[in-house]
Design a binder for this molecule. Sequence first.
Ligand code: RIB
Length: 279
Amino acid sequence: SLIRKSGRTIGVLLPNINNPFFGRFVRGIEATAMEHDYVPLIFGSNNSETLESHYLLESIRRTADGMIIASAVSDLKYIDRILSQNAIPYLLVDQAPVVEGDQIDARNDQGGRLLAEYLIQNGHHDVVVVADKTPTLNMEHRLNSFLDTYKQAGFTINSDHVIMTDLTKLGGYSVTKQALAMKPTAIFAINDEIAIGLYRGIQELGLRIPDDISIVGYDDIDLTEYVYPKLTTVHQAAFELGQHSASMIIERIENRDEPIQKVTLPVKLMRRDSVKKIN
Ligand code: RIB
């Protein structure tokens, strides 16, 4: 028989399955889950609280043994209440739990600082940031460390130079003119998807990257090496993030009393061709 007592399933809630970052993350989850004879159930919520809640309830109904929740937009108290009531352990990715609980992320403070330092070294003092309009905690850390590094170097970035948009290619594309209107020499896109949207907007306006404008992204999705010019970005180990997430939730499923775990992975600056040195 193929039926067994425990489904050995892990519900995985993602904000956006179009973003290759989450594709790599899921492949990491799958790899580790398979080693332990678990299967992930993948749900994409498209950044909608309604869908998030729907999939949470469905995961409970379908008796998921545990949940991995990446960059949730819902109220974390709600998530905690509904999963705790049903005794389902969960792991938050890129968020901090409202009640003591397991969590994992990557060094956003380091990533934001590395990019700011690199742009400053290359002479970029007038910068526009294109950020997330519904930021999760990791995005706030990323943005703040970028802004703080500029400030400490004596180049304060005014808040009107921080544009909020969706974390998608369209989100980036649609704010291109608004960003360029401030006459920056460089743009920091808070993720690569936004950067790639900006690429198209900038190129449609007849401007060249990096000669007319420099740009940096964040995540190091595979597309960054296939756009022209190759995008300078911060590498996040999305696959390893998935592997760690799976092993953490499996440990929790199998031993509820283990001490709470917090894991933070390092990041790396990927210097490519989208930044020009200016004086
Ligand atoms: O691109 C998606 C973003 O959401 C990543 O930067 C990652 O950190 C996640 O929170």
